[in-house]
Design a protein around this ligand. Structure first.
Ligand code: KIV
Ligand code: ZN
Length: 395
């Protein structure tokens, strides 16, 4: 089926936390830690999991093998290999026990990388890709899913036509998924997304197109989400945005953005917040208070204009200043109004109402001015409900 050209395409969430995320940790996970992350990913209901890089060390090999063995059939289990026969064989030895295995082979395609790191000709690059994928196809059988990643694809602006040759070479040799990494985010999202669109047009339509973006400039989510609309169906993402340098594309942001846009995403959204907390506890990497989706402070409203809109749309499906409700992502908190010297009279009324105190409108105004004065006089601090209740007794 022409998967990426039908009107309504399904989003395929391919998680790479256990490979790209783990390889960038100060202390990579143990076998049992990897298993607990794997279990969290299964509970989250991602479509595919890249479980590791078996050639990196013995523990990793064993961990990949045991995760492959326990994986359910409906989740595609990938493992990464560089483009040489020894590593491909090791990777297959680890991954072949999965009910739905995928061999993932990476080789650079950008002119910069070819000239400065590989130091070989374009013809040699194509030969290397062809040989590696052909070998992978030979040992894994005719039906195994084979993913080829053109490392540094996002940097291949000058040699874009060559990348098309590289991808078609991988496809001829047996690749079924072409992954387009923005290995280092150097340019604006539109340039990458346009390259994705051109790849989709130039490779056979039965091939799945995937994107894998890093967050060096903070635009990975935007790049990945827009790449979906350019024809990529598989989106490689990571829990808590873990990954090399500034990380990989954040799974929660990508999945929820696409869901908000009306796309079909299989994720168990209620597991998002508990999973983010679990990963933060496990890695000891704190979640920023203002992090989208999972930050502690993202449902707080302190400005008067916003408080007016929030109180008028409370309980409605669409809130004036809310894109989704806390419980949608499994949070137990609620939208919260608090009073600072930036706040409005609506906040006073709402806070007292929440505390079960009914009060006349003219008294609200008195309390509002009092609260503003006190906050401004005391380093713009937040006024607590106990103070408001105390003052309410006195007006
Ligand atoms: O960032 C990258 O290019 C990678 C590849 C292995 C896909 O992680
Ligand atoms: Zn990566």
């Amino acid at each position: 089926m022409n998967e990426h050209k039908t009107n309504k395409r399904k989003v395929w969430i391919q998680d790479v936390t256990l490979r790209d995320g783990n390889q960038a940790l100060k202390k990579p996970w143990t076998k049992s830690e990897k298993e607990s992350v794997f279990d969290a990913l299964v509970a989250l209901n991602v479509n595919g999991i890249e479980v590791g890089f078996p050639s990196s060390n013995r523990n990793e090999f064993e961990s990949v093998q045991s995760l492959a063995k326990k994986a359910p059939k409906h989740i595609t289990i990938a493992a990464l290999s560089r483009a040489n026969e020894k590593e491909i064989q090791t990777t297959w030895d680890a991954i072949q026990f999965a009910k739905t295995p995928r061999l993932h082979i990476v080789y650079p395609v950008s002119a910069f990388q070819i000239q400065n790191v590989l130091k070989i000709s374009n013809e040699q690059v194509l030969e290397k890709i062809f040989n590696a994928i052909s070998f992978a196809r030979k040992i894994s059988g005719k039906d195994t899913s084979l993913q080829f990643s053109g490392e540094h694809f996002g940097d291949a602006i000058e040699n874009f036509e060559f990348t098309i040759k590289a991808f078609n070479t991988a496809i001829e040799a047996g690749a079924t998924v072409i992954n387009l990494p923005n290995t280092v985010e150097r340019y604006r999202p539109f340039l990458f997304v346009d390259m994705v669109r051109r790849v989709v047009e130039k490779i056979p339509s039965h091939i799945t197109v995937s994107v894998h973006t890093h967050n060096d400039l903070g635009m990975a989510t935007a790049t990945t989400v827009e790449s979906f609309y350019a024809g990529a169906t598989q989106l490689e993402v990571a829990l808590n945005g873990l990954g090399e340098r500034a990380g990989n594309t954040n799974l929660y942001e990508t999945a929820i953005a696409l869901h908000q846009c009306g796309e079909d995403v299989d994720l168990n959204f209620k597991k998002v917040y508990p999973t983010a907390k679990f990963i933060s506890d496990l890695t000891k990497i704190p979640i920023g208070e203002k992090s989208p989706i999972v930050g502690e402070d993202i449902f707080s409203h302190r400005s008067g204009i916003h408080q007016d809109g929030v109180t008028k749309t409370i309980g409605q499906k669409k809130g004036a200043y809310r894109t989704f409700s806390p419980d949608f992502v499994g949070r137990e908190d609620e939208e919260k109004i608090s009073f600072t010297n930036q706040s409005g009279a609506k906040a006073i009324q709402h806070l007292l109402w929440e505390a079960g105190k009914k009060i006349e409108p003219d008294k609200i105004q008195i309390l509002f001015h009092k609260a503003k004065e006190v906050s401004s006089a005391e380093e713009n601090r937040t006024i607590e409900i106990e103070e408001l209740l105390f003052w309410a007794e006195q007006v």
